[in-house]
Design a protein around this ligand. Structure first.
Ligand code: UAG
Ligand code: ATP
Ligand code: API
Length: 515
């Protein structure tokens, strides 16, 4: 259990070179036990240190945190005077580097729960959530969603809290709270996604991963609020190798040589290859895929055998091999891997919805950047031969601007018809985003702009019924999500799959009435 106090945390921050000064830290105050750390006044617990940070921070948050039992606060030098006025006499730790200090203080205040739990961290441009869910399926075994902690883009489960996620990798106080909850609940594993932002902004500083997995790297997340350039994005992700005991890496992705070089710092590295490259520790042969399935033979240092996946998508062989390699490092035997892996599903990723006659099929998927399009569309073409491909997507506001030109260009190589619509426009005008996508569409590719996403899904379904032969409607980038990021709000919306199924029912009812 945790035994630190305010003086202990101040000492730690000083030793790490992140403390500028302390205020109101009398001998008596220094002896105050500290049981955690929070940076959101809405989740503060008694005995915690409260971190005052961020553009949107208000002194009222500190006042509220103190009312809830926070024993001290951590802040930067710039705001120390004004915060002292808002909370006179309250012990304060003033940091020279607030984000680093927050991470060190949180790990210490929550008593380093990573020492008691095996933590797996997954990074990469694409496939993090999928691998995380495949691994969760294996680790939970016969009891789905029972005993494995999960932190990622879709949801967060730590044995105490279970919620939809806000960020892929949470701020350090939240991360350490989840790890502490998992320890308290007796969970043996935490299975987490580690984003480039999480690594860049020290959200995982001080954490030790038992296994780090690096899936792939592609150009994305370049904008004023994310990464200034590709080099910064890639370098941020490579930092995962500084915090792990062992690693899993992909031999088939771009820049695999750079990734392997950085991973060589880890005591143990397993390399996987869906292409069966020489030197791979975990690899696949006899890959087959078709309508709704993928199967292959897995080769590992300790076993060899057939694996089936219930999610289509050839890229899911990469994800499955990554999962198998992680399990190899965790010492999990074949008989505990193959069955759960074959049942693994990921909400909103490669969800196949078909009509009784299979004339119209929908694929609800989360592809939303160039790398995922480069893997998604060729896979659809192979797994649904002879189908017309109707693709519906948008591009987000405020970030990753390159998607607005790259996505129409990639999709046009494979799809027969494109529909541009809403996808988390945030504070950018939706019409403008769609116009930029329209402008980037290669000549000769038919497209429509339908701003309202529900109307767009209905139109895509209608087009699928209208044409000759079977059609597949690819509903992309929102998965099962129930909210659209509009302005600064997250506005409720219906998931794409539900709208498609309504449209199919209405089509059937109309056809029956016309008979
Ligand atoms: C650099 C960084 O880590 N920024 C994060 C940070 O922002 P911030 O410190 O500026 O905080 P702020 O939003 O100004 O809010 C001020 C503070 O007031 C607190 N607050 C707020 C309201 C209240 O009632 N009481 C209260 O105490 C907030 O919890 C916060 O600590 O804390 C915020 C609250 O947790 C995060 O939303 C924000 O993430 C930024 C905006 C963000 O979301 N960035 C994206 C690009 C991102 O991180 N994405 C990756 C995924 C991308 C990928 O796939 O690679 C991710 O990991 O999610
Ligand atoms: N290994 C992979 N390589 C390329 N594309 C992939 C891979 N795995 C999944 N995809 C595609 O990327 C989409 C998103 O997958 P997933 O949610 O697992 O990735 P992620 O890294 O968690 O993404 P995000 O950071 O956006 O949450 C999938 O729906 C699929 O289209
Ligand atoms: N964690 C993901 C979420 C993507 C959702 C997509 N709709 C977007 O807004 O980019 C990312 O930041 O890439």
């Amino acid at each position: 259990m945790n035994t630190t106090n305010l003086s202990g945390i101040a000492e730690l921050l000083r030793a790490r070179g992140t403390l500028a000064e302390v205020r109101n830290l009398t001998q008596e105050a220094g002896a105050t036990p500290v049981t955690g750390c929070d940076c959101d006044s809405r989740v503060v617990r008694p005995g915690h240190v409260f971190v005052c940070k961020g553009q949107a921070f208000r002194p009222a948050y500190l006042v509220s945190a103190l009312e809830k039992g926070a024993v001290a606060y951590l802040c930067d030098e710039e705001h120390a005077d004004s915060l002292e006025q808002a909370a006179p006499g309250v012990p304060a730790l003033v940091a020279s580097d607030l984000r680093r200090a927050m991470a060190y203080a949180s790990a210490d205040a929550f008593g380093h729960p990573d020492h008691d739990i095996k933590v797996v961290g997954i990074t990469g441009t694409k496939g993090k959530s999928t691998v995380s869910y495949m691994l969760r399926s294996v680790l939970d075994g016969e009891e789905p969603y029972s005993g494995t902690g999960v932190i990622g883009s879709i949801d967060t489960f730590d044995g105490v809290e279970n919620s939809e996620s806000h960020n892929t990798t949470p701020e350090s106080p939240d991360l350490w709270r989840h790890l502490a909850n998992a320890r308290e609940a007796g969970l043996p594993y935490m299975d987490m996604e580690v984003s480039s932002q999480g690594l860049k902004y020290d959200r995982v500083l001080g954490l030790t991963l038992d296994v780090a997995c690096f899936l792939n790297i592609g150009r994305d997340h370049i904008s004023p609020v994310e990464h200034p350039d590709f080099e910064d994005y890639f370098e941020s992700k490579l930092r995962i190798f500084d915090i792990c005991r062992s690693a899993v890496i992909n031999m088939d992705c771009e820049h695999a040589d750079v990734i392997a070089k950085r991973a060589s710092r880890c005591p143990r590295v397993l390399r996987f290859s869906a292409e069966g490259r020489e030197g791979a520790d975990v690899w696949a042969s006899d890959i087959q895929s078709g309508y709704g399935y993928v199967q292959f033979v897995a080769h590992t240092p300790s076993w060899e055998g057939s694996c089936a996946l219930s999610m289509p998508g050839l890229f899911n062989v990469d994800n499955a091999l990554a999962t198998i390699a992680i399990c190899e490092l965790l010492g999990i035997p074949e008989e505990d891997i193959v069955g759960p892996l074959s049942r693994a599903k990921v909400p909103g990723r490669m969800e196949l919805l078909s009509t009784p006659d299979q004339k119209v099929t929908a694929l609800v998927d989360y592809a939303h950047n160039k790398l995922s399009y480069q893997r998604f569309f060729p896979s659809v073409k192979k797994e649904f031969p002879g189908y017309r491909i109707i693709a519906l997507f948008g591009a987000p506001g405020g970030k990753a601007y390159e998607r607005r030109t790259e996505l129409p260009q990639e999709a046009a190589k494979w799809a027969d018809y494109l529909i541009y619509t809403e996808e988390d426009p945030a504070n950018d005008p939706l019409e403008e985003i769609c116009q930029q996508m329209a402008d980037a569409t290669p000549a000769g590719t038919p497209y429509e702009v339908i701003l309202d996403r529900e109307a767009a899904v209905r139109r895509a379904t209608e087009l699928a019924y209208e044409g000759e032969g079977p059609a597949i409607v690819c509903l992309l980038a929102k998965g099962d999500e129930t909210r659209q990021h509009e302005g600064n709000d997250f506005v409720p919306c219906r998931p794409d799959g539900d709208i498609f199924q309504d449209a199919v029912r209405e089509h059937a009812a109309k056809a029956k009435a016309e008979q």
